[in-house]
Design a protein around this ligand. Structure first.
Ligand code: COA
Length: 333
């Protein structure tokens, strides 16, 4: 592809999302575990979450979200130069979920690959797309955050199972007018915290065996309170860092779209950034934590609900396993 030095800005020109129909309410867990609606709502803000059918894989819901985003951007699948899927629940180790989506939608001109940055994955994906667009190496990039976390959730572990849900969101990134679109993107990691949130078995460190299955090591393990402390600290820090990178301040934020892991974490970030509550998008009550899909779905829902106006400074911020974190400042075009 040709390098085009004229491109100064990359932004989002279309969004889409897809949610599986089956709803698991808190009463579903009340009936099966030592938990209750009051505990779940007061500690997490979650009232219900979605669950994909047994036969449905991450690429299936990613495909539906992708088609909606492509339509919203007024494009055809053949227009795409690249597909990036952020997920911790790929259909399989390889081929990548992005390649499966590419086949499903017929995006014959796109290169396709997955990235693994847990709940920060959609932000990482947008940040990668921004660079390809700005160098002129690609014209249209589809970034998808999609998860079927139900497939790696231990429904006998009350510490984790009430938190997670399934869903998919997507955005098309392309060139936009100067001083619009992505004004700054910031990503960070700290691998020393990797043990706080992980899926221990099924990889090369601990391949699948009868023993790993018996010990339920193919399910997500989390040190909730340590992750909570990290999240409280990093959400505000990451947002402030990206704002600083583009010469803006927290008072310039028109709309905040945070990762949806826990309403108390969102409230803490809201307080630190001094944003009124009606300027913060929240859908955790409906969907729980969908890892890489959370911000992607929230962005589409905010967009479709006309919460974002032309010229608004929109901040996306997230954190997750790895540990990873990241934020993006956008001027909505
Ligand atoms: N129902 C009832 N009780 C539960 C429960 C549930 N679903 N899950 C945990 N508990 C219990 C714990 O076992 C613990 O009991 P104990 O004191 O007898 O040991 C008690 O509730 C308090 O646990 P604690 O961990 O202190 O609660 P908390 O207020 O920190 O909330 C989380 C727990 C998981 C909701 C919270 O720590 C959190 O959201 N962490 C971050 C998770 C996250 O963001 N993960 C994804 C990163 S992208």
């Amino acid at each position: 592809m040709m390098l085009n030095n004229e491109i100064k800005a990359a932004g989002i020109i279309g969004t889409g999302s897809y949610m599986p129909e089956t709803v698991l309410t808190n009463s579903y867990f009340e009936e099966r575990l030592d938990t209750n609606d009051e505990w779940i709502v007061s500690r997490t803000g979650i009232k219900e979450r979605r669950k994909a059918e047994e036969s449905v894989a991450t690429s299936d819901i990613a495909t539906y979200a992708a088609l909606k985003a492509i339509e919203d951007a007024n494009l055809n699948p053949e227009d795409l130069d690249m597909i990036i899927v952020a997920t911790v629940t790929p259909d399989m180790s390889f081929p990548s979920t992005a390649c499966i989506v590419q086949k499903n939608i017929g995006a014959i001109n796109a290169s396709a690959f997955d990235i693994s940055a847990a709940c920060s994955g959609f932000i990482y994906g947008l940040s990668i797309a921004e660079k390809f667009i700005k160098t002129g190496s690609a014209k249209y990039i589809l970034v998808i955050g999609a998860e079927t976390l139900s497939k790696i959730t231990d429904y006998s572990d009350r510490n984790t199972c009430v938190l997670f849900g399934d869903g998919a969101g997507a955005a098309v990134v392309s060139s936009v007018e100067e001083n619009n679109g992505i004004l700054a993107s910031y990503t960070g990691s700290d691998g020393r915290g990797g043990d706080l949130l992980k899926l221990p078995a099924g990889g090369s460190r601990m391949p699948a065996s009868m023993e790993t299955l018996a010990n339920r090591l193919h399910y997500t393990k989390m040190d909730g309170s340590e992750v909570f402390k990290f999240a409280i600290k990093i959400m505000g820090e990451a947002a402030e860092k990206a704002l600083e990178m583009c010469g803006l301040d927290k008072k310039d934020i028109d709309y905040l779209i945070p990762h949806q892991a826990n309403i108390r974490i969102i409230e803490s970030a809201t307080k630190r950034l001094k944003i009124p509550k009606d300027k913060v998008f929240v859908n955790i009550d409906k969907y729980g934590n969908m890892s890489a899909a959370s911000i992607a779905v929230a962005l589409d829902e905010a967009n479709k609900a006309n919460k974002l106006s032309k010229g608004d400074v929109v901040v996306l911020v997230g954190f997750g396993g790895g540990l990873t974190w990241g934020s993006i400042v956008l001027r909505w075009a």
